[in-house]
Each structure stands twice: as C-alpha cells, then as structure tokens.
Design a protein around this ligand. Structure first.
Ligand code: URA
Length: 239
C-alpha cells in the first residue's frame, strides 16, 4: 500500500526493485496501468487510493483479499440492500466495504460465492470468454429424463435475449436430483433451462467454480480466505 503521495517512477522502482532509469521504457511499453488507464508519465503522482497494475498484477490498493463464502438461502448477492441480509453482512469484521462479488447467486440459491477486492482477478473469472465451469447441484419438482441431457448439451434457446445457451453438462443422480455444469452465468439460467421442460427447480446449490470446491466443513453463512495456491490455481485455469 502507498502510504503517501509519490511519483509513479519512484513507487514502481521501489515495488519492482528496478532502477528508476528504466521506468520511461516500461511505461512506453504500456505495461503499467493506473486506475484502469495505461500510464504514460513517470511524473504522475500516485497515492493510497491509486490502483497501480504492472503486467496485469495489482501492486497497490490495500492487500488483496480473496474469500469463499457458503451462502445460505434468503441472502442477497449484493454489497448493499435495504431489506435483506447481504453476503457482505455475513463476513466477520467491519472492513469489508472494498469487497465485491465474483458472480452472483439468486436469493434462495445456496453454496459457493467468491468475494474479492481485486477487480482484475474477478474480471478475468467472470468475463464470458474465459468459460470458467460452475458446478451446481439441482433438485427438481418433477422427474428428469434422459432427453434433458441432450437438450442441455445442445443449448436451450432463451427467447428474451435471443440466444442459445452454451453447451452445458447434466448428470442425473436420481430422478429428482442432477448435477449441472455451466460455462456462463445468465440471469436465472438454471431455472430457465429447466423451465423449458416445465420443471421447477426446488433447490439449487453451487458446489464449485473451476477446480475450487466449497469446503464441506464450512457451515452455511461462514467464510474463509482462499490460500495463495487456490487464488493462483483459479487464475491459471482462466488464462
Ligand atoms: N442459475 C440460477 O437459476 N440461479 C442461480 O442462482 C445460479 C444459476
């Protein structure tokens, strides 16, 4: 974290342990971003509110935080809400204003939610091109038949957006329970995909994002920080 106002070249040289004399070249190569814009001048002043990135790696801002939460039912995937408990309200401590969600779950969906203050990381995980698989377990009102498997694999047409969903995998566990893996996250996507068969989703639970699985020992409403290895693994899986 930058504790005072300082020139960009001085700050970078300290952070990267590279001589200040090299900074003009590094800036000319477009490798440094300040607050989302490519930095051009070594004279630019940065302070503790500046977000400085070098080769896509966040250097400044408060220490990056990466959290997994086991979301219960009846909690809003938002940072603020006037009427309901939010995922942020469930986190310990009061210093959580800098966090945002890496993808949302519906009000009554349970399971794995990721939170971070690292916008670069969350953007990479959520941008449509990265196709990070999201693993869900779904309980249904009516029995599921084998033809669902092919329909999910072929994609289902959503008339409202005029799009066909990306190929999704569906595995039948029992007539009323399936596992679904999606590589996108459209509004109420799973409910709408089963809606295509007039089959209502009774319960929905996210088990994993990429190869990060929700801890089975983490009670609903509780959270923990990701390890550096987990953060790294998820980052690599979307490269
Ligand atoms: N699909 C849904 O319908 N709801 C969720 O919360 C997640 C995926």
């Amino acid at each position: 974290m930058i504790t005072f106002r300082t020139r960009l070249d001085r700050y970078l040289s300290q952070q990267l342990e590279i001589p200040r004399g090299n900074m003009r070249l590094i800036l000319a190569q477009g490798r440094v971003m300040v607050n989302g814009e490519v930095a051009k001048s070594i004279h630019q002043v940065v302070d503790k509110f500046s977000r400085v990135e070098f080769d896509g790696r966040l250097l400044s801002a408060d220490a990056p935080r990466y959290i997994m939460l086991n979301k219960p039912k009846g909690v809003v995937s938002a940072t603020r809400d006037d009427h309901h408990t939010t995922v942020i309200d469930l986190l310990p401590g009061n210093n959580n204003d800098d966090l945002h969600l890496v993808g949302r779950l519906d009000f009554n969906t349970t399971g794995l939610v990721l939170l971070t203050n690292d916008g670069h990381w969350s953007r990479r995980l959520t941008q449509p091109e990265t196709k990070v698989p999201k693993h869900y377990r779904v309980w249904l009102e009516r029995p599921v038949t084998d033809d669902y498997i092919e329909a999910f694999a072929n994609g289902i047409y959503f008339a409202y957006e005029g799009v066909t969903t990306r190929p999704a995998s569906l595995k039948i566990i029992s007539p009323f329970e399936v596992k679904v893996v999606l590589e996108e996250g459209r509004y109420h996507q799973i409910k709408r995909m089963f809606g295509h068969f007039n089959n209502k989703v009774v319960d929905l639970h996210r088990e994993a994002i990429g190869d990060l699985t929700l801890d089975s020992s983490l009670p609903q409403g509780r959270s923990r920080s990701l390890t550096a290895a987990e953060v790294q693994r998820l980052t690599i899986s979307v490269c």
